[in-house]
Design a protein around this ligand. Structure first.
Ligand code: HDE
Length: 719
C-alpha cells in the first residue's frame, strides 16, 4: 500500500478532486492529510512519497511478492531463462539507475528547512511568502561546486552554488545563486565557452575539478570580464570552511513588484549567521584526499546534531532609475553594488534543519530554475539572466528525458497544478478535463486565466520598458572589467591578498603556454601592478609596467573574510590528542571533552587505538579533521621522537597533527604537562597558542581562538 500511495498523483494525495473516487486509499484520511499539509511550513509534505520497507515482503515492480536472489535456470547448472521476469526487471532497473549528471554543479549536497519572514513586506513585493511577520515557508537548498563531476572532491577551489527553493503558497520560487556575488561573463551565449575551458581537457579528462590548467586561464585572460569573479574565487571564497560558512548571492539584479505594480531593482543576498570562514589551500588539497565528502558531511552532521545552519535573506533595494547611478551598470553581472552605496535590508531568516531522506530522490532530482518565479518578483534585462531562463529548463529536459520532471516529489509545488500541459514521458497525473485548451467553452472556460487583478496571478512589472534596434554589441556600460576586481583586492587584509596571490601562483605555475602566461600578467596588471609583479615572480617572468588606467584606492569594508570573528562556534570540531595507556591523559581528555561539548563543540579524542573514551585513532586522524587541537595532559609522551614511532600509525603523526594545525592557522592548546608536547614541535605561546594548568583555565581562551578561526600572524606576507 505504501508503494501504491507514493505513485499516486499529487492532486489525489492532497485530497483534491480525484480523491473521492480513489480506489486505493481512504479519501477522508487523504483529505485530513491535505489540510495538514496546507498549514505546514516544513517540507513534511514530502513524507507522503516516502517508501518504508521495514515490515513488508519484497515485491516485483508491479507489486507481487517475490524472491530475487537466484535467477530462474534450466537445471541447477543450466543457463538463465528469458522468462525470468524477476531477473530482467531487477537488472534492467539497475542498468537505468543513472540520470545524466548536471552539466555544471554536478557535485552537491542538499537540505530542507524553513524560511521565516521578518515582516509584512507588501510595501516592497506582492510575493506572498514575504507578506506577513513570522510567515513560514518550507525551503530546500542545494549547495554545490561548479566544475567537478558528481564524484569529485568537495574542497576543490571553485565558485560554489547556493540554490534555494521556496515552496510558497503561491507556487515555487527559486533563487539559484552562488557564494560569489559576480560571474565570469556578461552574456549567456558565452557560457559553453567558459565551461569548456574550465572542464578537464577533452583528450585525457585531466584535471578533474580544477582550473589550474591552460584552457581555463586562456579563457580568463582572453575574456577580461572574468577578472572580478576570478579574484573572488582565488581568495578564500573559492575554498570555504563549509557550506555553512559562506554567504549566497542571486548575482543578477531582479525586480520586486508590489500589488499595485510599483517596482524596485534588487540584489538578493544570503548572509550566513555562522560567520564566513575559509580553509587555506594546502589544507583544502589534503582534505580532498582525506575526506572528499568534507562539506557534505559537515552539513549533514550539523543538521543531525540539531545545529542546522541559518542565513538571513537580504536585499539591496534600488530605484528603477538608479541602474546607472553608481558608475557602472547594475544589469552587468560582473559588478557588485558595494554595501556602502546600497545597504542591505534584511527580509527574513532561513534555517536548514532536515537532511534529505534519499539523496537521489531529493538532492539529485531537484530541478532549480531561475525561471521558477512567483507573483511580486520579476526579472531584469541582464543578458546573463535572460540566457539562464532558457538553459535550466532545457538542461532539465535533457536530464529527465521529458517535460514531467516538475511532478517529481521534490519539484512539486505545495499548490495545485491546473494547466493544459498534457502527456509526455512519465506523466503522473490523470487529467479528467477533456478540453485541454484555452479559450474553451466546453470546460466553462476553465482553467481560468489569472493576472494582476484576477486570481492573484503573476504579472510582469507594468512599468517595464525595453526598446532598441537588433544588435550583437556589448553595451559600453559593461566595459570596465578591472575597477571592481581592484576594489575587491583593495578591500582584503594583506594576508588575504597573499592567499589570493598564492592561489594565482599555484594555478599559473601549471600553465604550459607562454602566451597564456603573458596574457594573464597583462590582465592582472590592468587590475594591479602589485598583483602582476607578485604572480610574475613565481613564474620567473618579468612583470609588465604599471597600466594605471583603472587603478584606484577605493575599498569596501564588507568583502574581507578574516577581518571578523565567528559569531557562533558551536559545531566546530576540536581534536583532543590523548594516549590510551596514560591515565592522566585519558582523564584530562575526558574532562576536556565534557567541558567543550557543553558548548556544542564536536570533540574527537584521538588515541593509539580505539578504546573506552577514545573516539579515533592516530592512524585515521589528522589536522584537516579539526578546527582546533588540544593536547591533553599526559599525552606529551607521544611527542617524544622515539615513543612516537609506532606500527599503529605513521611515524610522528601526533606531532604532525599539531604542526599542521598550527601552520594552517588553527588554535592550539595544551593542558598541564602537555606544554612539553608543543615545545617538542617548536611551538611557543603566541596568539592562538594556549597553555593552561587545567581544563577550566584553557577552555575560555581556546574557544575565543576558535572564533578567531585562523590566526593570520602565522602566514608570511611578501615583503
Ligand atoms: Fe547555472 N546552470 N548557468 N549559474 N547554476 C546550472 O542547470 C547556466 C550561472 C547555478 O543545485 C545548470 O539544473 C548558464 C550563474 C547553480 O541544482 C545549467 C549560465 C549562477 C546551479 C546552468 C549560468 C548560476 C546551476 C546545470 C550563464 C549564479 C546548480 C544543471 C548564463 C547566479 C543548481 C541545472 C542545483 C546549474 C546554466 C550561470 C548558479 C546548465 C547558461 C550566474 C547554483 O542549466
Amino acid at each position: 500500500m505504501r508503494i501504491t500511495r507514493a505513485l499516486l498523483p499529487a492532486s489525489t494525495l492532497l485530497g483534491l478532486s480525484h480523491a473521492a473516487g480513489c480506489p486505493f486509499a481512504d479519501p477522508g484520511a487523504l483529505h485530513a492529510r491535505a489540510e495538514k499539509h496546507e498549514s505546514e511550513a516544513t517540507t513534511e509534505f514530502l513524507k507522503q512519497f516516502e517508501v518504508d520497507d521495514s515490515k513488508d515482503f519484497l515485491t516485483s515492480d508491479v507489486g507481487g511478492p517475490i524472491e530475487d536472489q537466484n535467477s530462474l535456470k534450466a537445471g541447477v547448472r543450466g543457463p538463465t531463462l528469458l522468462e525470468d521476469f524477476i531477473f530482467r526487471q531487477k537488472i534492467q532497473h539497475f542498468d537505468h539507475e543513472r540520470v545524466p549528471e548536471r552539466a555544471v554543479h554536478a557535485r552537491g549536497a542538499g537540505a530542507h528547512g524553513t524560511f521565516t519572514s521578518y515582516a509584512d513586506w507588501s510595501n516592497l513585493t506582492a510575493a506572498s511568502f514575504l507578506n506577513g511577520e513570522g510567515k513560514q515557508t518550507p525551503v530546500f537548498v542545494r549547495f554545490s561546486t561548479v566544475a567537478g563531476s558528481r564524484g569529485s572532491a568537495d574542497t576543490a577551489r571553485d565558485v560554489h552554488g547556493f540554490a534555494t527553493r521556496f515552496y510558497t503558497d503561491q507556487g515555487n520560487f527559486d533563487i539559484v545563486g552562488n557564494n560569489i556575488p559576480v560571474f565570469f561573463i556578461q552574456d549567456a551565449i558565452q557560457f559553453p565557452d567558459l565551461i569548456h575551458s574550465v572542464k578537464p581537457k577533452p583528450d585525457n579528462e585531466i584535471p578533474q575539478a580544477a582550473t589550474a590548467h591552460d584552457s581555463a586561464w586562456d579563457f580568463f585572460s582572453s575574456q577580461p570580464s572574468s577578472m572580478h569573479t576570478l579574484f573572488w574565487a582565488m581568495a578564500g571564497f573559492g575554498i570555504p570552511r563549509s557550506f555553512r560558512h559562506m554567504d549566497g548571492f542571486g548575482i543578477h539584479t531582479y525586480r520586486l513588484v508590489t500589488e499595485k505594480g510599483d517596482s524596485k531593482l534588487v540584489k538578493w543576498h544570503w548572509k550566513t549567521k555562522q560567520g564566513k570562514a575559509s580553509l587555506v589551500w594546502e589544507e583544502a588539497q589534503i582534505v580532498a584526499g582525506k575526506n572528499a565528502d568534507f562539506h557534505r558531511q559537515d552539513l549533514y552532521d550539523a543538521i543531525e546534531s540539531g545545529n542546522g545552519p541559518e542565513w538571513e535573506l537580504a536585499v539591496q533595494i534600488m530605484d528603477e532609475d538608479q541602474a546607472l547611478a553608481f558608475g557602472f551598470d547594475v544589469m552587468d553581472p560582473t559588478k557588485i553594488v558595494p554595501e556602502e552605496l546600497v545597504p542591505l535590508t534584511k527580509l527574513g531568516v532561513m534555517k536548514l534543519d532536515k537532511n534529505p531522506t534519499n539523496y537521489f530522490a531529493e538532492t539529485e532530482q531537484v530541478m532549480f530554475q531561475p525561471g521558477h518565479i512567483v507573483r511580486g518578483i520579476d526579472f531584469s534585462e541582464d543578458p546573463l539572466l535572460q540566457g539562464r531562463l532558457f538553459s535550466y529548463l532545457d538542461t532539465q529536459l535533457n536530464r529527465n528525458g521529458g517535460p514531467n520532471f516538475e511532478q517529481l516529489p521534490i519539484n512539486r509545488p505545495r499548490t495545485e497544478i491546473h494547466n493544459n500541459n498534457r502527456d509526455g514521458f512519465g506523466q503522473m497525473l490523470i487529467h479528467s478535463n477533456n478540453y485541454a485548451y484555452s479559450p474553451n467553452t466546453m470546460n466553462k472556460g476553465y482553467p481560468q486565466q489569472a493576472n494582476q487583478t484576477v486570481g492573484r496571478g503573476f504579472f510582469t512589472t507594468p512599468g517595464r520598458r525595453v526598446s532598441g534596434g537588433l544588435t550583437r554589441e556589448v553595451s559600453n556600460t559593461f566595459n570596465d572589467h578591472w575597477s571592481q576586481p581592484r576594489l575587491f583586492y583593495n578591500s582584503l587584509l594583506p594576508v588575504e591578498q597573499q592567499f589570493l596571490i598564492n592561489a594565482m601562483r599555484f594555478e599559473a605555475s601549471h600553465l604550459t603556454s607562454d602566451t597564456v602566461k603573458q596574457n594573464v600578467l597583462t590582465q592582472l596588471n590592468r587590475v594591479s601592478n602589485d598583483v602582476a609583479k607578485r604572480v610574475a615572480l613565481a613564474l620567473g617572468l618579468e612583470a609588465p609596467q604599471a597600466d594605471p588606467t583603472y587603478y584606484h584606492n577605493n575599498a569596501s569594508s564588507f568583502l574581507s573574510i578574516v577581518n571578523s570573528t565567528l559569531p557562533v562556534i558551536k559545531t566546530l570540531r576540536v581534536g583532543v590528542l590523548a594516549s590510551v595507556n596514560n591515565s592522566t591523559s585519558t582523564t584530562s581528555a575526558a574532562a576536556l571533552k565534557k567541558r567543550l561539548e557543553q558548548d556544542d563543540l564536536i570533540v574527537t579524542v584521538v588515541g593509539e587505538h580505539l578504546a573506552d573514551g577514545i573516539d579515533q585513532t592516530y592512524s585515521a586522524a589528522d589536522a584537516t579533521g579539526f578546527d582546533g587541537i588540544i593536547v591533553a595532559d599526559g599525552a606529551q609522551q607521544l611527542f617524544d621522537a622515539k615513543k612516537s614511532a609506532s606500527t599503529l600509525y605513521p611515524t610522528g603523526r601526533p606531532g604532525q597533527i599539531v604542526i599542521d594545525g598550527y601552520r594552517w592557522g588553527k588554535p592550539i592548546g595544551a593542558v598541564g604537562g602537555a606544554k612539553d608536547a608543543l615545545t617538542s614541535v617548536d611551538i611557543g605561546v603566541e596568539a592562538g597558542v594556549y597553555e593552561a594548568a587545567d581544563v577550566e583555565g584553557l577552555v575560555g581562551d581556546f574557544e575565543k581562538g576558535l572564533a578567531t578561526f585562523k590566526f593570520i600572524n602565522r602566514f608570511p606576507v611578501d615583503s
